[in-house]
Design a protein around this ligand. Structure first.
Ligand SMILES: [Zn+2]
Length: 104
């Protein structure tokens, strides 16, 4: 799946809204390629869903997702490399979800 320019713009904007030092955002697409959910990571200490990775929040809420696109940016909005952690990668395999990362 190729990431569309409008989705790249959206995911960068979304990541910029993360309160975390490591700003991560994820977009979820269904089997038709429609955008069905967006998420950011959240600080560990926040009440709801704190410390849960953006991609994990999507997988828990929308397990029928087919593809997740992930991005990590710094405070300046520069894209940084990111790979899903072992727990998220394993959950994605279990659900048959493909995780793609936006590369710098
Ligand atoms: Zn993870």
């Amino acid at each position: 799946m190729k990431i569309k320019p409008e989705h790249l713009k959206l995911i960068r904007k979304k990541a910029g809204k993360s309160y975390c030092h490591q700003k991560v955002a994820a977009l979820a697409f269904n089997h038709k390629g429609d955008l069905i959910m967006t998420a950011t990571n959240r600080p560990r200490f926040s009440k709801e869903g704190g410390g849960i990775h953006a991609e994990m929040r999507i997988m828990l809420k929308r397990p029928t997702t087919r593809t997740i696109v992930l991005i990590r940016v710094n405070r300046l909005g520069t894209i940084l490399p990111l790979d899903p952690c072992a727990a998220c990668a394993s959950k994605a395999r279990e659900l048959g979800i493909r995780i793609l990362s936006v590369r710098p």
